[in-house]
Design a protein around this ligand. Sequence first.
Ligand SMILES: Cc1cc2nc3c(=O)[nH]c(=O)nc-3n(C[C@H](O)[C@H](O)[C@H](O)COP(=O)(O)OP(=O)(O)OC[C@H]3O[C@@H](n4cnc5c(N)ncnc54)[C@H](O)[C@@H]3O)c2cc1C
Length: 152
Amino acid sequence: MALSKSQDWFADIDFTDAAAATARIAQEFDGWAPELTALITNGETAPVLRPLNALPVGHRWDRAPGVTLLGDAAHLSPPNGEGANLAMYDGADLGTAIAAHPDDIEAALTAYEQALFVRSAEAATEAARDFEALLRRRHPHSLIDLLTGHQQ
Ligand SMILES: Cc1cc2nc3c(=O)[nH]c(=O)nc-3n(C[C@H](O)[C@H](O)[C@H](O)COP(=O)(O)OP(=O)(O)OC[C@H]3O[C@@H](n4cnc5c(N)ncnc54)[C@H](O)[C@@H]3O)c2cc1C
Protein backbone atom coordinates (compact mmCIF):
# COMPACT_ATOMS: atom_id res chain seq x y z
CA MET A 1 0.00 0.00 0.00
CA ALA A 2 1.08 3.59 -0.56
CA LEU A 3 0.64 6.38 1.97
CA SER A 4 1.41 10.07 1.65
CA LYS A 5 2.82 10.95 5.08
CA SER A 6 5.79 12.83 6.49
CA GLN A 7 9.05 10.99 7.12
CA ASP A 8 8.53 11.68 10.85
CA TRP A 9 5.22 9.79 10.71
CA PHE A 10 6.96 6.71 9.32
CA ALA A 11 9.87 7.09 11.74
CA ASP A 12 7.43 6.53 14.62
CA ILE A 13 6.58 3.06 13.29
CA ASP A 14 8.83 0.19 14.38
CA PHE A 15 9.17 -1.83 11.17
CA THR A 16 11.21 -4.48 13.04
CA ASP A 17 7.93 -5.34 14.80
CA ALA A 18 5.97 -6.73 11.84
CA ALA A 19 2.66 -7.20 13.69
CA ALA A 20 2.66 -3.69 15.19
CA ALA A 21 3.72 -2.07 11.92
CA THR A 22 1.02 -3.94 9.99
CA ALA A 23 -1.62 -2.94 12.53
CA ARG A 24 -0.53 0.73 12.36
CA ILE A 25 -0.70 0.77 8.57
CA ALA A 26 -4.06 -1.03 8.55
CA GLN A 27 -5.40 1.62 10.94
CA GLU A 28 -5.10 4.13 8.09
CA PHE A 29 -7.68 2.10 6.18
CA ASP A 30 -10.22 1.91 8.98
CA GLY A 31 -13.73 1.60 7.52
CA TRP A 32 -12.59 0.13 4.20
CA ALA A 33 -14.10 -3.15 3.03
CA PRO A 34 -12.63 -6.07 5.02
CA GLU A 35 -11.85 -7.88 1.74
CA LEU A 36 -9.45 -5.02 0.98
CA THR A 37 -7.94 -4.50 4.45
CA ALA A 38 -7.30 -8.28 4.54
CA LEU A 39 -4.70 -7.65 1.84
CA ILE A 40 -2.77 -5.76 4.53
CA THR A 41 -3.58 -7.71 7.69
CA ASN A 42 -3.50 -11.26 6.26
CA GLY A 43 -0.16 -10.98 4.47
CA GLU A 44 2.60 -13.45 5.23
CA THR A 45 5.54 -11.10 4.80
CA ALA A 46 6.61 -8.24 7.05
CA PRO A 47 5.90 -4.74 5.72
CA VAL A 48 8.97 -3.02 4.24
CA LEU A 49 9.23 0.77 4.16
CA ARG A 50 10.15 2.03 0.68
CA PRO A 51 10.20 5.85 0.53
CA LEU A 52 9.42 7.56 -2.77
CA ASN A 53 11.83 10.36 -3.62
CA ALA A 54 11.59 12.98 -6.36
CA LEU A 55 13.71 15.76 -7.80
CA PRO A 56 12.05 19.20 -7.93
CA VAL A 57 9.91 19.91 -11.01
CA GLY A 58 12.07 21.84 -13.50
CA HIS A 59 15.32 20.41 -12.10
CA ARG A 60 18.31 21.30 -14.30
CA TRP A 61 22.05 21.76 -13.99
CA ASP A 62 24.88 23.79 -15.49
CA ARG A 63 26.72 22.15 -18.38
CA ALA A 64 29.70 20.13 -17.14
CA PRO A 65 32.13 19.21 -19.94
CA GLY A 66 32.07 15.57 -21.03
CA VAL A 67 29.22 14.38 -18.82
CA THR A 68 25.41 14.42 -18.75
CA LEU A 69 22.52 12.64 -17.05
CA LEU A 70 19.55 10.65 -18.28
CA GLY A 71 16.64 8.69 -16.85
CA ASP A 72 15.87 8.91 -13.15
CA ALA A 73 19.25 10.53 -12.46
CA ALA A 74 18.07 13.50 -14.55
CA HIS A 75 14.40 13.70 -13.56
CA LEU A 76 13.40 11.35 -10.73
CA SER A 77 9.64 11.82 -10.30
CA PRO A 78 6.80 10.14 -8.40
CA PRO A 79 5.96 6.92 -10.29
CA ASN A 80 3.13 7.33 -12.80
CA GLY A 81 4.06 4.70 -15.37
CA GLU A 82 6.37 6.90 -17.44
CA GLY A 83 9.81 6.67 -15.79
CA ALA A 84 11.18 3.74 -17.80
CA ASN A 85 9.69 5.14 -21.03
CA LEU A 86 11.37 8.48 -20.40
CA ALA A 87 14.70 6.84 -19.56
CA MET A 88 14.65 4.93 -22.86
CA TYR A 89 13.58 8.06 -24.75
CA ASP A 90 16.46 10.00 -23.16
CA GLY A 91 18.90 7.30 -24.26
CA ALA A 92 17.61 7.35 -27.83
CA ASP A 93 17.66 11.16 -27.91
CA LEU A 94 21.22 11.29 -26.55
CA GLY A 95 22.36 8.79 -29.18
CA THR A 96 20.68 10.83 -31.90
CA ALA A 97 22.35 14.04 -30.66
CA ILE A 98 25.80 12.40 -30.65
CA ALA A 99 25.25 11.00 -34.13
CA ALA A 100 24.26 14.47 -35.33
CA HIS A 101 27.46 16.04 -33.89
CA PRO A 102 30.08 13.29 -34.33
CA ASP A 103 33.01 15.73 -34.07
CA ASP A 104 31.67 17.94 -31.28
CA ILE A 105 30.51 16.04 -28.20
CA GLU A 106 29.88 19.27 -26.25
CA ALA A 107 27.47 20.52 -28.94
CA ALA A 108 25.74 17.12 -28.81
CA LEU A 109 25.37 17.19 -25.02
CA THR A 110 24.15 20.80 -25.06
CA ALA A 111 21.50 20.01 -27.70
CA TYR A 112 20.43 16.90 -25.78
CA GLU A 113 20.15 18.74 -22.45
CA GLN A 114 18.18 21.67 -23.89
CA ALA A 115 15.48 19.29 -25.14
CA LEU A 116 15.75 17.11 -22.01
CA PHE A 117 15.07 19.99 -19.61
CA VAL A 118 11.84 20.97 -21.39
CA ARG A 119 10.67 17.35 -21.73
CA SER A 120 11.53 16.53 -18.11
CA ALA A 121 9.73 19.58 -16.71
CA GLU A 122 6.55 18.67 -18.61
CA ALA A 123 6.75 15.02 -17.49
CA ALA A 124 7.50 15.94 -13.86
CA THR A 125 4.52 18.31 -13.79
CA GLU A 126 2.31 15.48 -15.04
CA ALA A 127 3.79 12.99 -12.53
CA ALA A 128 3.20 15.41 -9.65
CA ARG A 129 -0.41 15.91 -10.79
CA ASP A 130 -0.98 12.16 -10.98
CA PHE A 131 0.63 11.68 -7.56
CA GLU A 132 -1.74 14.25 -6.08
CA ALA A 133 -4.71 12.45 -7.65
CA LEU A 134 -3.49 9.07 -6.43
CA LEU A 135 -2.59 9.85 -2.87
CA ARG A 136 -3.60 13.28 -1.72
CA ARG A 137 -6.62 14.94 -3.25
CA ARG A 138 -9.99 13.33 -2.33
CA HIS A 139 -8.86 9.89 -3.49
CA PRO A 140 -10.14 7.55 -4.82
CA HIS A 141 -12.52 9.95 -6.62
CA SER A 142 -9.67 12.11 -7.96
CA LEU A 143 -8.07 9.00 -9.50
CA ILE A 144 -11.37 7.95 -11.09
CA ASP A 145 -11.69 11.48 -12.53
CA LEU A 146 -8.17 11.28 -13.92
CA LEU A 147 -8.78 7.90 -15.54
CA THR A 148 -12.14 8.88 -17.01
CA GLY A 149 -10.81 12.20 -18.31
CA HIS A 150 -13.08 14.46 -16.22
CA GLN A 151 -10.13 16.36 -14.77
CA GLN A 152 -8.64 19.30 -16.65
C1 LIG B 1 7.11 1.87 -7.28
C2 LIG B 1 7.55 2.25 -8.67
C3 LIG B 1 6.76 1.90 -9.76
C4 LIG B 1 7.14 2.25 -11.04
N1 LIG B 1 6.34 1.89 -12.10
C5 LIG B 1 6.71 2.21 -13.36
C6 LIG B 1 5.90 1.82 -14.49
O1 LIG B 1 4.85 1.17 -14.35
N2 LIG B 1 6.30 2.20 -15.73
C7 LIG B 1 7.44 2.92 -15.94
O2 LIG B 1 7.76 3.25 -17.10
N3 LIG B 1 8.23 3.29 -14.91
C8 LIG B 1 7.90 2.94 -13.63
N4 LIG B 1 8.70 3.31 -12.56
C9 LIG B 1 9.89 4.13 -12.81
C10 LIG B 1 11.05 3.32 -13.40
O3 LIG B 1 11.32 2.18 -12.59
C11 LIG B 1 12.29 4.22 -13.45
O4 LIG B 1 11.95 5.49 -13.98
C12 LIG B 1 13.36 3.61 -14.35
O5 LIG B 1 13.79 2.37 -13.79
C13 LIG B 1 14.57 4.55 -14.44
O6 LIG B 1 15.58 3.92 -15.16
P1 LIG B 1 17.07 4.38 -14.98
O7 LIG B 1 17.87 3.49 -15.87
O8 LIG B 1 17.18 5.86 -15.16
O9 LIG B 1 17.43 4.12 -13.44
P2 LIG B 1 17.46 2.74 -12.65
O10 LIG B 1 16.51 1.76 -13.22
O11 LIG B 1 17.37 3.11 -11.20
O12 LIG B 1 18.92 2.18 -12.97
C14 LIG B 1 20.06 2.73 -12.34
C15 LIG B 1 21.03 1.58 -12.12
O13 LIG B 1 22.28 2.10 -11.67
C16 LIG B 1 22.75 1.27 -10.65
N5 LIG B 1 23.69 2.06 -9.83
C17 LIG B 1 23.41 3.03 -8.94
N6 LIG B 1 24.53 3.52 -8.40
C18 LIG B 1 25.56 2.87 -8.99
C19 LIG B 1 26.95 2.95 -8.85
N7 LIG B 1 27.54 3.81 -8.02
N8 LIG B 1 27.71 2.11 -9.62
C20 LIG B 1 27.13 1.25 -10.49
N9 LIG B 1 25.80 1.14 -10.66
C21 LIG B 1 25.02 1.94 -9.92
C22 LIG B 1 21.52 0.82 -9.89
O14 LIG B 1 21.76 -0.36 -9.17
C23 LIG B 1 20.54 0.59 -11.04
O15 LIG B 1 20.61 -0.72 -11.58
C24 LIG B 1 8.35 2.97 -11.26
C25 LIG B 1 9.15 3.32 -10.17
C26 LIG B 1 8.76 2.97 -8.87
C27 LIG B 1 9.64 3.35 -7.71
